[in-house]
Design a protein around this ligand. Structure first.
Ligand SMILES: Cc1ncc(COP(=O)(O)O)c(C=O)c1O
Length: 359
């Protein structure tokens, strides 16, 4: 079986570990350990009888729920079959421009969609040392971006970096199109988040993508949405299949968005669990975790990760995400999701035993 280029491939991990997929403790996919919310599961169950009908092609109820959630008119919101589907539409749009700027290391799916439409890619390496300032490295080449697009991930997968809203703003005037993938932004509490959603109505060249996958732990359901000018969204609707979002996903999303208790629980869980994991990783000889604003940590290691990954799987049934698919990172980095404190401790104990056995 081939090495997966995305986290969460439990079939591959189970074959290596010689155990059933359900026995694997998965740190490789950056999914919240708290979900899915009971409210979303109940909504799915309540809709089973409606599977005999097509979904509403306009997704009016879902768009209304999103419109309440983000305080935006519902014409500015387009639900999709995960944000991956919307990234495909974004790729087609970006390919019409001279080039697309990516901050690297970048999420692998950006390369998938951009190469599918033969878009030119211009890569700018992230500045590891700088704080949350986009301009510190994007301005280094002092390029003219007027006929280009910017595809930015905030917070960024896999580095965990958060770019401040103010540091992105100047680029809205410099680029023909700015797409901000905020798949992990909901993990930041309302007083910390740096979303550009509130600015979409001011800039018709701004697109924000959101996902329910990570925060609500619903990767199997497929639900994301784009926020952008209604003319752009109407055009996209003509480019894609009808009914991309199924009835169960639409109902689950409406319930999840209204579940304020689940949202509060997540904001309470993440900061101490991430501090515990960061501190525990930093205390292991040869591991250097990076600070992160999201629900995952990127870790640099003095030793080969392929070997470490295999040992964790074989001896502890724990899966971590190697970074071989990020060409800038290679075999000296891995990424782990932040899980419950008990799971995090299991990972730390396993890493300690594997690494100290090596020394
Ligand atoms: C940065 C980023 N954007 C988008 C996605 C796609 O999420 P989904 O299609 O499940 O909404 C992922 C999934 O790994 C991601 O890491």
């Amino acid at each position: 079986m081939r090495q997966p280029a995305h986290g969460g491939n439990l079939a591959w991990a189970a074959a290596l570990a010689g155990c059933p997929p359900a026995a694997i403790l998965d740190f490789s996919a950056s999914i919240s350990p708290l979900g899915p919310p009971n409210s979303a599961i109940a909504a799915i169950q309540s809709q089973i009888g409606n599977l005999r009908h097509y979904p509403d092609p306009n997704y009016s109820e879902l768009r209304l729920a999103l419109s309440h959630f983000h305080q935006l008119p519902f014409e500015w919101i387009l639900p999709g079959n995960g944000s991956a589907e919307l990234l495909t539409l974004v790729g087609r749009e970006l390919a019409e421009l001279a080039a697309t700027v990516l901050i690297t290391p970048a999420f692998g799916d950006y390369y998938r969609t951009l190469s599918a439409y033969n878009a030119q890619v211009l890569e700018f390496p992230v500045d590891w040392e700088s704080a949350a300032n986009l301009s510190s490295f994007l301005d280094k080449g002092s390029k003219d971006f007027q006929d280009m697009g910017l595809l930015l991930n905030n917070p960024q997968n896999p580095t965990g970096k958060l770019f401040l809203r103010e540091s992105i703003l100047p680029y809205l005037d410099q680029f023909a199109l700015v797409v901000v993938d905020e798949a992990f932004m909901d993990f930041l509490s309302p007083d910390e988040e740096q979303s550009l959603i509130a600015l979409v109505q001011e800039y018709d060249n701004l697109v924000v993508l959101r996902s329910l996958t990570k925060f609500y732990s619903l990767p199997g359901l497929r639900l994301g949405y784009a926020i952008a000018h209604p003319d752009r969204l109407s055009k996209w609707q003509l480019w894609r299949d009808p009914w991309p979002v199924n009835t169960l996903a639409a109902a689950a999303a409406i319930a999840a968005l209204q579940d304020r208790e689940f949202q509060q629980q997540t904001w309470l869980w993440l900061p101490p669990a991430r501090t515990q994991l960061l501190g525990g990783l930093a205390a292991i000889p040869g591991l250097h975790p990076k600070n992160s604003a999201a629900n995952f940590l990127l870790v640099e290691s003095n030793q080969s990760i392929s070997q470490l990954q295999q040992q964790l799987l074989t001896y502890h049934q724990i899966l971590i995400r190697d970074c071989l698919s990020f060409k800038e990172l290679g075999d000296r980095f891995f990424r782990v999701a932040v899980r419950t404190q008990a799971d995090n401790q299991r990972l730390l104990t396993a890493l300690n035993s594997v690494i100290t056995a090596e020394c």
